[in-house]
Design a protein around this ligand. Structure first.
Ligand SMILES: [Zn+2]
Length: 283
C-alpha cells in the first residue's frame, strides 16, 4: 500500500519533471522550450539534428564502435571485462546511466557499452547510442579519481544524449545539399549513404564550444545525481590543462575548450551541488 509520504514525493517529482512529460519533447519535435531539470537548463534541440534520423546515426556509430573494439582486441589493445579498470568504469557507468533517460528518452533502449583501449592517448568518447570508450592514457596520465572519471563520462554521455554528433551531421548534410532546399528534399537514400560515410568520421567530429559548455553542465548534473562530487570538474580540467603543456591531449582536439571553462564549471557548481548532496545523503 502506498504511504501518503510516497504519494507526496511522487507528486513533487511529477511537478519537477512536468516539462519532460510532453510527447512533442519526447519525440524530439521541440516547440521552442529549453530543456530543464531542477534548475539545470540547456537550450532547445538543434533543428539540424532532425535532418538525419537518430536510428541511422546510432546504427552507424554502433558499427564503427564494434569495428574499433574488434581491431583493438586483435591487437591485444582491449582491456578484458575482468580487468579492474574495466570493472571500475562499468560500475561508474551503471550509476550514471539511469539518470540519462530524462535527457533523451531513446537512451533507455540504447545498448550501452563501456570499454577501455590500451593506448597512451589522453582521450575518451561516447558515440551516439551510448558506446563509451576510455583510453588507458587518460586514466593513467591524469591519475583520474572516480569523481573525475564520472565527470568525463558524464560529459561524453551528455554529448550523446544531446545528440551533438547528429546535429553536426545534420549541419553537414544541410551544407552539402543547400539549406534552401529544405529537409524534405533530403532523400532517405542519400542521407543513408552520407551517414554511412560519416560513421567513420564520428571519432574525429569536432564539437563546438556551445556543445562543450552544454556537455560540461549536463555531464556534471548526471555525475552529481549519481553521487559523484561535481567539484572534480575543476580538478579534472586543471589536470587536462597541465597535461596540455606538452603535446596537446587528443581529447582537446575534438573538445575545444574556451578560456573560461574552469570558471564556467565553478559558476555551475551551485546548480549541481545540491543534487550531489542529496545523492550522497541517501547512501
Ligand atoms: Zn566535449
Amino acid at each position: 500500500m502506498e504511504t501518503s509520504a510516497n504519494s507526496l514525493n511522487r507528486r513533487a517529482l511529477l511537478r519537477q519533471t512536468a516539462r519532460w512529460g510532453c510527447a512533442a519533447c519526447a519525440a524530439g519535435v521541440g516547440h521552442g522550450f529549453a530543456l530543464a531539470r531542477e534548475g539545470v537548463e540547456v537550450g532547445k534541440n538543434s533543428k539540424f539534428a532532425k535532418l538525419v534520423p537518430a536510428d541511422q546515426v546510432e546504427q552507424a556509430a554502433a558499427q564503427q564502435y564494434q569495428k574499433m573494439m574488434q581491431d583493438a582486441a586483435a591487437q591485444n589493445a582491449l582491456l578484458p571485462a575482468d580487468h579492474p579498470q574495466t570493472k571500475r568504469l562499468r560500475a561508474i557507468a551503471q550509476k550514471i546511466i539511469p539518470f540519462s533517460y530524462e535527457w533523451n528518452p531513446r537512451a533507455k533502449n540504447w545498448q550501452w557499452a563501456v570499454n577501455i583501449l590500451n593506448s597512451n592517448q589522453i582521450n575518451a568518447f561516447c558515440m551516439p547510442g551510448g558506446k563509451i570508450a576510455f583510453y588507458t592514457g587518460i586514466l593513467e596520465q591524469l591519475k583520474l579519481t572516480d569523481d573525475e572519471v564520472a565527470m568525463i563520462m558524464g560529459h561524453e554521455v551528455a554529448h550523446a544524449l544531446r545528440e551533438h554528433a547528429r546535429e553536426r551531421m545534420g549541419k553537414s548534410a544541410a551544407t552539402n545539399i543547400g539549406l534552401n532546399l529544405g529537409a524534405q528534399l533530403l532523400g532517405l537514400g542519400n542521407t543513408g549513404a552520407q551517414i554511412a560515410n560519416m560513421g567513420g568520421q564520428l571519432l574525429s567530429l569536432k564539437f563546438g564550444r556551445e556543445d562543450e559548455s552544454e556537455a560540461d553542465l549536463v555531464g556534471m548534473e548526471l555525475a552529481a545525481r549519481a553521487g559523484y562530487n561535481p567539484r572534480a570538474g575543476v580538478t579534472l580540467w586543471q589536470k587536462m590543462g597541465a597535461a596540455s603543456k606538452g603535446a596537446p591531449p587528443q581529447f582537446l582536439s575534438t573538445h575545444p575548450s574556451g578560456p573560461t571553462r574552469i570558471k564556467d564549471i565553478e559558476a555551475n557548481l551551485p546548480k549541481v551541488d545540491p543534487l550531489f548532496r542529496r545523492a550522497t545523503a541517501q547512501k
